[in-house]
Ligand binder design. Structure first.
Ligand code: 8Y4
Length: 287
């Protein structure tokens, strides 16, 4: 507990991820209904070009997702998810030597993508699906555990928590860490994510960000995703394509509150915002 969670690099397959300073995870959606890309990234070469650009702009990780987790989204089959994601993971690894995170809750997708060279698992269901924990253990990869109550289909139906949201999130994540450790996944391979926008009102999201320090105290690296989300849209009354300035403000605050991985769409601007924030926190220019 006394060691900083960010002291030792994370072992992500062939890659090592230094989290002694905040890093950017670029979003690569391979869903046909992809909210911000209009499904263009179903085309393999487009997906690769987009990832290449995000890496050039300073992304440390590319997060590949084939299942839409938008509010109200319908689930897809494991096979369909695998068909979407596997070819992209394979080429990101082979052609770009990228550190690939696979955004999935499916044990088969975890297993297959790890075999293809993915370096991290990003599970918005925190390994609660049948077989997911044991599959993740077998990959030996780091896993991000996210807080979400319910499923994407129903999570935004009047979200309510007994007591403070940050306590609910903290309790949930502590329970998932304990379950992971009991299942053979060591703490050294876990990251925590409060799950902004997942079953939460704007007020919940703002409060969670303001109190992110509570989660940092759990001693594991924090990952956050707020890019283009409706908390920005609602506060600023901006449509999704006009949420970048709001998102950069949130990213800066998240870094100040202890976040070490920021999952974003707009990598270049986010890297600058984060590095500038970090320079102030460190009072210097070193990373
Ligand atoms: C506009 C843009 C509106 C994006 C909604 C969205 C997270 C995540 C997602 C997150 C982690 C999303 C897969 C939702 N969010 N994984 N995934 N943390 N770890 N919505 O916050 O981006 S998808």
């Amino acid at each position: 507990m006394s060691d900083s969670p960010s002291a030792a690099p994370l072992h992500c397959g062939r890659h090592r991820l230094d989290l002694s300073y905040p890093r950017v995870m670029g979003i690569l959606n391979v869903t046909p209904d992809s909210f911000s890309d209009g499904g263009r990234h179903n085309i393999l070469d487009d997906a690769l070009a987009h990832a290449e650009r995000m890496l050039a702009e300073g992304a440390a990780i590319i997060d590949v997702g084939g299942e839409s987790t938008r509010p109200g989204a319908q689930p897809i089959s494991e096979q369909e998810e695998l068909d979407r994601v596997a070819p992209v993971v394979e080429r990101l690894v082979r052609d770009l030597d990228a550190l690939v995170s696979v955004d999935t809750s499916s044990p088969a997708v975890m297993t297959e993508c790890a075999a293809l060279g993915a370096g991290m698992i990003n599970d918005v269901r925190a390994l609660r699906r049948e077989g997911a924990l044991s599959a993740a253990v077998r990959t030996a990869l780091p896993v991000s555990l996210m807080h979400m109550v319910g499923e994407p289909e129903d999570m935004q139906q009047a979200p309510q928590y007994d007591g403070a949201i940050e306590s609910a999130v903290e309790d949930f994540l502590m329970e998932r860490v304990a379950a992971c450790e009991a299942g053979g996944l060591t703490r050294a391979r876990l990251l925590l994510d409060p799950g902004f926008g997942f079953g939460k009102t704007v007020e919940h999201n703002l409060r969670l960000l303001n109190r992110l320090g509570r989660l940092e105290a759990l001693g594991l690296p924090l990952l956050v995703g707020m890019s283009r989300k409706s908390m920005i849209g609602k506060v600023l009354e901006r449509p999704v394509e006009e949420r970048l300035p709001g998102g950069l403000a949130l990213a800066a605050l998240a870094v100040e509150r202890g976040a070490r991985i920021l999952r974003v769409h707009d990598v270049g601007p986010s890297v600058d915002a984060i590095n500038m924030t970090w320079a102030v926190l460190q009072e210097g220019m070193e990373p």
